[in-house]
Design a protein around this ligand. Structure first.
Ligand SMILES: *Cc1c(COP(=O)(O)O)cnc(C)c1O
Length: 496
């Protein structure tokens, strides 16, 4: 098998192995790791359609993580996709209202982040062993709500690791916050910051880039790594489910071999949809990649105009995991459409920092023809949840509803009848308050857990284990810090 190496989007001169890229998370120059060449599937779709989720996971991941042995990778996969998921299929597909909902939320924290974060700790500890690393790995993560809990659940009590999670205090749902602050595990810490997600993410990036800090850590036997979706160990496991979706639709005879599909992804940091783009490049017949935004529609504007501009008001919406103005993973796409020109990419990213905006060339924009963007307002999102429930008895979470509404608009505008997969990124139970408000047409002042029970009764869906667990769990984390004091908080937790 051809060995895939990784280079930074801001400096192509240095190459690292996949395991080194996973350990580092972000390149020293601030760039993101990308494979030297996007791999192609070496099994036919017909062969893949006879495999289960784990089988396909191996076939996809072996191509990206080519310095892992077969045993190592299969071991990671077995440890990840097990009874933590509430269904043997791992990713069920539900057909509703003319589209296929790819339910990525059956893992331990009921959001799609589990798809990657249940395997990342295993990839990372395996990578440490392969590289003879004896330092303890400190995972530093900024979350808009779902990554935090999924990372905590993945890394809790994993030997040789600690995990520190920063979230925007007041910027996540009640359930999301409960999930995080009740997290067990001696190696975990959760900190609310007085700021929004972009502040948290910027703070984490700054700590990663601080050479002096890194040196102090090393002296104490620690090194940082990232569980954010900039880590290639997050991105690669996400490619799997798009390959799986195609193979499963084929084996269920919902599509015929070679038939093209469209994919709609509710997008924030651009990780999930980039994984779909990688799947397309691997050979999965995907026609359009439809990027769905909420009112923070910086990506919609980018796909329309070629200008990425974060100079705008930041909105807190009912799809908080997409409340993002700086979509970090977009940098990988920018790099690719710049013809893998790291200088060109670096200068655009520099302008994003200094001006808050950049504009791509016509040449680059032409290479985005498989992408299209759309957005939905909060009212439209609520209306979609209600409509879907009333017509089909199927309950969407707010993020998935954004995608669903954007898909409706896309079909109306284009008349495109291509069969379509919609990435369903969270269980409605994770956003019960907003979902029930949408269905019942008014905000309820009942306690969240009563709404949870009512959602269960009207939808006929059992309350997920992840929700039952936090009803009575004690709060273990109540730290809050200023957005410019994040580094101090890290030092204090690590005793530096
Ligand atoms: C993280 C998240 C998203 C956005 O995914 P990106 O990979 O950041 O684009 C969408 N929906 C939910 C529920 C999420 O948790």
């Amino acid at each position: 098998m051809e060995k895939v190496l990784y280079k930074s989007t801001r400096d192509s001169s240095k190459l690292v192995t996949a395991s080194q890229a996973i350990l580092k998370g972000l390149s020293d120059d601030g760039g993101l790791f990308v494979p030297t060449a996007l791999p192609k599937l070496d099994k036919s779709i017909d062969e893949l359609s006879k495999m289960d989720y784990k089988g396909i996971a191996y076939e996809v991941m072996k191509l990206f993580l080519s310095d892992f042995t077969e045993d190592e990778l299969k071991n990671c996969i077995d440890n990840a996709y097990d009874e933590k998921f509430d269904t043997k299929e791992i990713v069920p597909i539900t057909e509703a209202d003319g589209a296929f909902y790819l339910e990525l939320y059956h893992g331990s924290t009921i959001a799609f982040k589990d798809m990657a974060l249940s395997i990342l700790p295993h990839l990372m500890t395996t990578a440490a062993k392969k590289n003879n690393i004896s330092n303890e790995i400190v995972i530093l993560t900024a979350t808009s709500g779902d990554t935090g809990k999924a990372a905590l659940a993945g890394f809790a009590d994993v030997k040789g690791t600690k995990i520190i999670v920063f979230y925007p205090k007041g910027g996540v749902s009640f359930i999301q916050e409960r999930q995080m602050v009740t997290q067990t595990g001696d190696n975990t810490i959760v900190i609310g910051i007085k700021g929004n997600f972009d502040d948290a993410q910027t703070g984490v990036k700054k700590i990663f880039g601080d050479k002096e800090f890194a040196k102090q850590l090393a002296d104490k036997g620690y090194q940082f790594s990232s569980a954010n979706s900039i880590n290639i160990g997050r991105l690669v496991p996400q490619v799997v489910y798009y390959v799986y979706a195609y193979a499963k639709l084929l084996s269920d005879k919902k599509i015929s071999e070679g038939e093209k599909i469209n994919v709609v992804v509710p997008t924030g940091n651009f990780g999930n949809i980039l994984a779909a783009y990688f799947a397309k490049n691997m050979g999965i017949p995907i026609a359009k990649l439809i990027c769905a935004s909420n009112e923070n529609k910086v990506l919609y504007d980018f796909f329309e105009t070629g200008v990425y501009d974060r100079n705008r008001e930041f909105m807190l919406t009912n799809s908080p995991s997409m409340d993002i103005l700086i979509s970090s993973n977009l940098e990988r796409l920018i790099y690719l459409i710049a013809g893998e020109d790291s200088d060109k990419n670096a200068s655009l990213m520099k302008s994003l920092v200094s001006e808050g905006r950049y504009e791509i060339s016509k040449d680059m924009k032409d290479k985005l023809d498989s992408f299209t963007g759309g957005f939905a307002t909060q009212e439209e999102t609520c209306a979609k949840i209600k409509d879907m429930y009333e017509k089909n008895g199927y309950v969407l979470d707010t993020h998935t509803a954004v995608a669903s509404k954007v898909y409706d608009d896309y079909v109306k505008k284009t008349g495109d009848k291509t069969k379509t997969v919609i990435a369903s990124t969270a269980s409605p139970f994770k956003f019960t308050t907003s979902v029930m408000e949408a269905i019942e047409g008014k905000k309820s002042d009942e306690p969240d857990f009563e709404l949870v029970d009512r959602l269960s009764s009207i939808s006929g869906v059992k309350v997920p284990r992840a929700i039952d667990e936090i009803r009575t769990a004690p709060t273990r984390h109540d730290h809050v810090c200023e957005k410019d004091k994040m580094a101090d908080a890290v030092r204090s937790f690590l005793g530096i």
